[in-house]
Each structure stands twice: as C-alpha cells, then as structure tokens.
Design a protein around this ligand. Structure first.
Ligand code: SF4
Length: 238
C-alpha cells in the first residue's frame, strides 16, 4: 500500500489510514452514508466521473454535495444519445459537468495511427481516448466517486467501497458498489432519475458506439461491450 500525505487546509490526511479504516467501517454502509463521509473528508478535492449511461450517482451525490465537478470523458465516439444525456444532466442537476477530451481528435488519431484503431487495438484506443484523458483530468483532486458495481464484471467482485487508486495516487470511492441491477432500477424509477434512452433500445451497458452492441433479453448486460474481442474493461478501473 502506498502512503502519501497531503495538505488539505485542514490537518494533514494520511491516505493509507483513510483507505484502510474507511473501507472497513463503510463496507456495509448505505450509498448516502458513504457519500456523506467522502464529502466531509475531502471537501472540494473530490469529483465524480460519469459515462452518462444514467444519472443515478449524480442524483445521489448532488443531494449531499451540490456543485460537485462531474467529469465526462468525451471520446469522440459516443452515441448521440449519450451526448444528449450529458447535456440534460448539465441542465437538470446542480452539478458542474466537465467535458474531458483526448489530446487528439478522432481525425487526428486516424491520421497518425490509421483508421478504426478500436477494431485493431482497442486497448490502445481506450488508453488514448479514455484512460489517459481521465487520469489527466483527475490530477488536482484527492479522491473521486465512481459508479462501479460489484455485479458488473468479474474484475469488480473484490472491489471495496473505498480503495486506493494505485495508478493515480488517489482514493476511489464507490458508493453504489453493493447495488444490484434491481437496486438501480428501483432508485431511478422512485426518483425519476435521468437515464440514457439507449437503455430502452436493448443497450443495458453503454460505451462508445463502435464498441457497443445491442444485448438480447436474458444475456449478460455487459456482453454487448467489445463483443467478440476478449475485452471487458476499458482500463479506467483496472
Ligand atoms: Fe476506442 Fe472503443 Fe475504447 Fe471507445 S470503447 S475508446 S472507441 S476502443
């Protein structure tokens, strides 16, 4: 475990102690309890990341911490519905949406590396268009809220609600880690939360358009992501 100490304007915080004790104390806490703890601990040095698949986490966090920065990685390959959901979130919720873009446009990437990199080397494409831009945008924050859930992929089964992000030297807070698909559906319908309309068109998990396919009823909701490519994660949460 890496240990670093940051000055926050309050007494210095030992991040290793925070991660260890919070992960244990909050393991079975509600999403709102986790969000309240993180907001009180990190103040304005925490942000939220969203793929704009839905606004459940944005709705939850904005109740506790209105005005929070919401980072959206605009890869240049998103569905129009996803961009529309981003714009609707910005209009409806009291949050500060930040559009994070890769260093190169899609046209510049194709000129440099050839067309359809996503079909030839999706790991490199995800690194250039998602992982690197997000890591750059996260610099300056001490912690980030994510919307990952344990039931989404095998890689996420052993995650903790508070964890150390070794790649970025910061803390990752996962308030809805323990939620199921049913919990999500109930929260969104009970609260009238914005959702990407692609969910009603057989896209239960939404990423970039070239790498997201429709999923038949009863199939693994994530099976439409990078279908047939042996890839299940973009790399942000690995
Ligand atoms: Fe590229 Fe596909 Fe990854 Fe999007 S999901 S960054 S198009 S490989």
């Amino acid at each position: 475990m890496t240990t670093i100490t940051l000055e926050t304007g309050r007494p210095s915080l030992d991040l290793e102690d925070i991660v260890d004790s919070a992960a244990e104390a909050l393991a079975d806490a509600s999403a709102l309890e986790i969000i309240r703890w993180a907001s009180a601990t990190f103040g304005d040095r925490i942000c939220l990341t969203s793929s704009m698949s839905d606004a459940a986490l944005i709705h939850l966090v904005s109740k506790v911490k209105p005005g929070i920065d919401v980072l959206f990685v605009d890869t240049g390959y998103h569905f129009a519905e996803t961009i529309g959901t981003r714009d609707a979130v910005e209009a409806v919720y009291p949050v500060n949406v930040i559009n994070v873009q890769p260093t190169r446009t899609v046209a510049e990437q194709e000129a440099a590396l050839g067309p359809r990199l996503h079909g030839r080397n999706p790991d490199l494409c995800c690194h250039l268009r998602k992982v690197e831009p997000l890591s750059r945008a996260l610099e300056g924050y001490m912690a980030w809220f994510t919307g990952v859930r344990r039931d989404e992929t095998a890689n996420r089964k052993n995650m903790k609600v508070v964890s150390w992000d070794r790649k970025r030297n910061m803390i990752k807070v996962n308030p809805i880690l323990n939620w199921t698909e049913e919990d999500m559906d109930n929260y969104m319908s009970d609260n009238g939360v914005l959702i990407n309309p692609l969910h009603y068109d057989d896209y239960p998990s939404i990423g970039c358009e070239p790498c997201t396919a429709r999923v038949a009823p009863g199939e693994d909701p994530r099976s439409g992501r990078w279908a047939g490519m042996g890839k299940t994660e973009c790399g942000i949460h690995l």
